[in-house]
Design a protein around this ligand. Structure first.
Ligand code: FAQ
Length: 347
């Protein structure tokens, strides 16, 4: 997901030390992580730590931006002005989350352009969940309830991530995500207390979004390439399976409250463990979505590329404006400096 340049050592931040010095830096870094100190952009960090952060944060940022599409699809068709205003604000929040996250990734020495290029040319991953279609209004409820619900479960622990800029971005994002989750649940509650047709629509949305929501947490721990190291570095605080279990434990009673059925024949509450036992997601479907073969992968990327091209004039205008301001500041600075020298009697 990251450029070759980042695979190499960054000589400004990660100089080539002698072996002993390198070992002592790693030791100091590990001690700081163990002591729950935040690692900040100018601190020394192992290049593999930097690399995994760029990978995870940029994948997260791309997910927020691509994640605007399934819900954006319903802004013009929301059933009331109130619903429209709320949905518009939510989709706008997701754009903001993407921007905080790109900014956090940039502190690691990668440019936003580079990250966006990786998304647009298909090298970068984004969350599997956003490759499913939103077929009815109930899907907007299901996304808020289940997708934002899963996102919160995964992201609250990221507020304690060892990398300062990512942790701080997550605090704000999580506050907004909890509003999102509640608005989704409220849509589901309204539908499930409505007519038979509305209740059926809510059930159909739960049927289609349940398993993809469970897949959001990533592969089983035994198949997770990065979990062990990311947990040792305190980037991740819980494993994929632990978070998936927490999500199921919290969400099943909510489905019961809604009077909806979770589409899993193996689901049952285990009195002895105090947890729900649940069935196996279709991991071949997950793998296919990651390979770009999900129902909407092609559509999502095509739309993103089109939006990027359409926005070229905005980026050009912003760059021209920034260059003009920089030139004005230099002129102003020289004039000011000259005046100061005159006042001080210097030539
Ligand atoms: N989709 O070794 P692990 C949201 C990849 S934001 C696609 O377990 P890791 C808000 C993984 O990248 C949703 N790929 O990886 C919203 C790796 O491939 P790589 C996004 C996935 O990083 C709501 C490989 O599989 N949230 O919903 C997925 O330790 C509504 C092996 O996996 C975040 O990004 C997946 N589901 O754990 C927005 C949260 N799962 O890179 C709009 C931050 C795994 O080696 C509307 N990210 N892969 O090629 C994380 O917590 C972690 O990155 C995980 C994956 C848990 C997603």
């Amino acid at each position: 997901m990251y450029s070759q340049a980042l695979d190499e050592r960054d000589p400004r931040r990660d100089p080539a030390p002698a072996d002993a010095a390198d070992a002592s830096r790693v030791l100091r870094f590990d001690e700081r992580v163990a002591a729950e100190e935040k690692i900040e952009p100018n601190d020394w960090m192992p290049s593999a730590y930097r690399k995994t952060l760029v990978r995870q944060i940029s994948q997260h940022a791309h997910s927020e931006i691509i994640g605007m599409q399934p819900e954006g699809n319903w802004i013009t068709r929301a059933p009331s002005l109130r619903r429209k205003a709320v949905l518009l604000a939510k989709v706008q929040d997701e754009a903001g989350h993407g921007l905080y996250l790109y900014a956090a990734a940039e502190t690691l020495g990668v440019t936003r352009e580079e990250l966006v290029d990786q998304l647009l040319d298909g090298r970068a991953k984004y969350s599997s969940i956003f490759n499913y279609p939103t077929l009815t209004w109930a899907d907007i409820g299901a996304i808020g309830w289940l997708v934002d619900g899963a996102a919160i479960m995964n992201q609250i622990p990221l507020c304690r991530c060892s990398y300062g800029p990512y942790a701080r971005a997550m605090v704000r994002i999580c506050k907004e995500e909890s509003f999102h989750q509640r608005q989704g649940f409220e849509i589901m509650l309204t539908l499930s207390r409505g007519t038979e047709a509305q209740k059926a629509m809510a059930q159909d949305a739960l049927d289609r979004w349940w398993w993809p929501a469970l897949m959001m947490f990533g592969p089983h721990d035994s198949d997770s390439t990065h979990s062990e190291q990311s947990m040792a570095w305190k980037i991740k605080r819980f494993s994929n399976d632990e978070l998936r279990q927490k999500f199921v434990d919290v969400t099943v009673p909510q489905a019961e409250f809604l009077g909806l059925r979770v589409p899993d024949d193996e689901l049952r509450y285990d009195e002895t463990t105090g947890h729900y036992v649940f069935g196996e997601p279709d991991w071949s479907e997950f793998a296919a979505v990651l390979r770009g073969e999900g129902p909407c992968n092609a559509q999502r990327l095509a739309h993103r590329r089109r939006a990027h091209d359409d926005g070229a004039w905005v980026r050009e205008a912003a760059e021209a404006y920034a260059a003009k301001r920089a030139a004005t500041t230099v002129d102003h600075g020289q004039t000011h400096g000259t005046r100061q020298r005159v006042a001080q009697g210097s030539p």
